[in-house]
Design a protein around this ligand. Structure first.
Ligand code: NAD
Length: 365
């Protein structure tokens, strides 16, 4: 798959690169390109730089290739300086608050980080972009906004989301992401900022903060605790391995047309209960206990306003970006489970550091 960007770009600014997907993107570019990278992240509870630091050390990568700036996009003060100094020709905007349950308990950080934060980076990019004199750089400049399928709301038993689906967000998280998508499109139409939006389904893989469904299930199972399944477990998500998402993000920069959106999904629909049972079966084979891990499954009160089903039609990304999913879900799930087994210290470390003990979030109580 043709994802390399060196012919077109030099300086890549990534926001949210200390998070799960941003970290995978930074690592990929460090390992497989010579591009200069500036990672801006405010280092929230969901951040961890270990995976990037490991690459920097093992590949002897210098400050000239990679720099990290601890900055909050919700505060616009530092941004114009950062742009003038680093002179990005490509921006991947991933910084966001991302956990639906936390958005139910406390919506304001989602307004602040996802809406105001996006507005600030768009404005900094616009002011920088209008002053680019070199026509070749102006032509190649891109602002890639990483969004979610959740902005389209909830599907019934049938149907799929496409780029033409109506926006219908239903959680504070998805409402804040939908809002940020609208700002991005407005900056394209009003100011001709060359923006592209990707709307991807649920990601999984190594280095994901332990509150999300897959690491939570693995870690609860490994410690012999009850594995919570919301409601009746029939809610369906469309899962994609994180490296497939990174491929799509890179291809959207290489081949995407400004003003366009691309829906990204690997046809990985699964109910939450089926997914949790699959994890239990893999663990039964890998680390057998007296009874199956499935015995730990406990149905708990449903998430308020729980979207029933997400499903993504990726035909436009297939056709226009040449993107396709390269990672089989079952094999990637085994890889991910093995990673969490081998890296329990990491899960314990980030949970301890952020006082997260796996308790239920998002009940609005
Ligand atoms: P994450 O929660 O693991 O990481 C987000 C990172 O953004 C964190 O390091 C955090 O510190 C940083 N951040 C948040 N607000 C910031 C601010 N105001 N200034 C600077 N940094 C800030 O998230 P993720 O799972 O890696 O998701 C990355 C992006 O991809 C998000 O925009 C999310 O909406 C989108 N997305 C995620 C998924 C998924 O399944 N995880 C699916 C589709 C789209």
């Amino acid at each position: 798959m043709e994802t390399y960007l060196e012919d077109e770009y030099r300086n890549v600014l990534i926001t949210g690169g200390a998070g799960f997907i941003g970290g995978a993107l930074v690592r990929r570019l460090l390992l497989e390109s010579n591009l200069r990278i500036l990672n801006i992240d405010k280092l929230s509870y969901a951040s961890d730089l270990t995976s990037i630091d490991n690459v920097l050390v093992s590949k002897l990568i210098t400050k000239n290739r990679y720099e990290f700036v601890n900055a909050d996009l919700a505060d616009s003060n530092q941004l114009s300086n950062i742009f003038t100094k680093f002179r990005p020709d490509l921006i991947f905007h991933l910084a966001a608050e991302t956990h639906v349950d936390r958005s139910i308990d406390s919506p304001y950080p989602f307004v602040k980080n996802n809406i105001i934060g996006t507005y600030n980076i768009l404005e900094a990019a616009r002011k920088y972009f209008i002053n680019i004199e070199n026509s070749k750089f102006r032509q190649r400049f891109r602002f890639i906004h990483i969004s979610t399928d959740e902005v389209f709301g909830s599907l019934g038993e049938s149907g799929m989301f496409t780029e033409l689906s109506k926006y219908d967000p239903r959680s504070p998280y998805s409402a804040s992401k939908a809002s940020s998508d609208h700002f991005v499109n407005a900056w394209h139409h009003t100011y001709q900022l060359p923006t592209i939006i990707t709307n991807c389904g649920n990601n999984f893989g190594p280095w994901q903060y332990p509150e999300k469904l897959i690491p939570l299930t693995i870690n609860k199972a490994l410690s012999g605790e009850e594995i919570p399944v919301y409601g009746n477990g029939k809610n369906i998500r469309d899962w994609l391995f994180v490296e497939d998402h990174v491929n799509a993000i890179l291809l959207s920069a290489k081949k995407g047309i400004p003003g366009n959106q691309y829906c990204i999904g690997g046809y990985g629909e699964m109910s939450n209960l089926k997914l949790v049972k699959k994890i239990c079966t893999i663990l039964d084979n890998k680390l057998p206990r007296r009874t199956s891990y499935e015995e730990l499954i406990t149905f708990v009160e449903d998430r308020p306003g729980h979207d029933f089903r997400y499903s993504i039609d990726s035909s436009k990304a297939y056709k226009d970006l040449g993107w396709e999913s390269n990672y089989d879900i079952d094999n990637s799930l085994i890889l991910t489970i093995n990673w969490y087994i081998e890296n329990q210290d990491w899960s314990n470390k980030v949970s301890f550091k952020t006082s997260y003990n796996g308790t239920r979030l998002g009940l609005n109580s």
